[in-house]
Design a protein around this ligand. Sequence first.
Ligand SMILES: O=C(O)CCC(=O)C(=O)O
Ligand SMILES: [Fe+2]
Length: 245
Amino acid sequence: MKNFFDKFITEKREKLFLDGFVIIKKDDFLYNQEYNSSISAIDKNNENFELQAKQNGTFTLKPNIQQKHKEFFLDNLFKSNIYELSCLIAGQKLFLTNFKHFLTKGFTPQLGWHRDTYFRKKRFHGLIPTAYKLAIYASDVIEKDGCTAFIKGSHRLDFNSKFFDYYLTYFTNRTQKINVKKGDALLFNVNILHNRLKAKKADSTRSVTIYGFALSKFYQQKYFKDQNEIIIDYFNNQLERKITW
Ligand SMILES: O=C(O)CCC(=O)C(=O)O
Ligand SMILES: [Fe+2]
């Protein structure tokens, strides 16, 4: 297991601090062939998916299918070591709040530039302190597939202003489009300005699982809705067993 002060971890931690995101290549954690073939089987069956209400044109697992496969999706975090790596890079323990497996096929509009955590009209939205998300890609994703994009460093440049953010996304040269290979992971600070770009081709495909993490256990309670409590409980149980620090 890697150590908190390993060069690899320290460099990624510094990058996460400065840029707001890091790519963790599949070769840097434990590639799980079984996981990849199971994901492909899940993705092949259209019956498993429903339209995602908040993200125009994307599909996500139906709640009962997500429940059915929850062990599979959560075990992989520990089996592949990506959870522990993410914690070492973030510099602290991370607590799962939810996860979603997304499938996008064909032409899909962009999601739009946003921060997940923001302050508007005297109200906070999202989690404070700012949380992290971990995306694990189950397909190669390049720009035409509707890749994730960031305004590098924008998590540290936030004046709680819609206009500032708007101009930043239009006039910046710090946009970074994230091209990944199947199996790669992406850890990001959710205060960063980010987007899922437009998928431009009829043969575009993108399969990704996005895990949300809070910085403390307290916030998990906010996500105890519907069946999500079962998912959080399972994660917490595994966490106790698999992580000894
Ligand atoms: O799907 C993506 O690339 C980004 C989605 C997003 O905005 C999020 O998970 O917060
Ligand atoms: Fe987001």
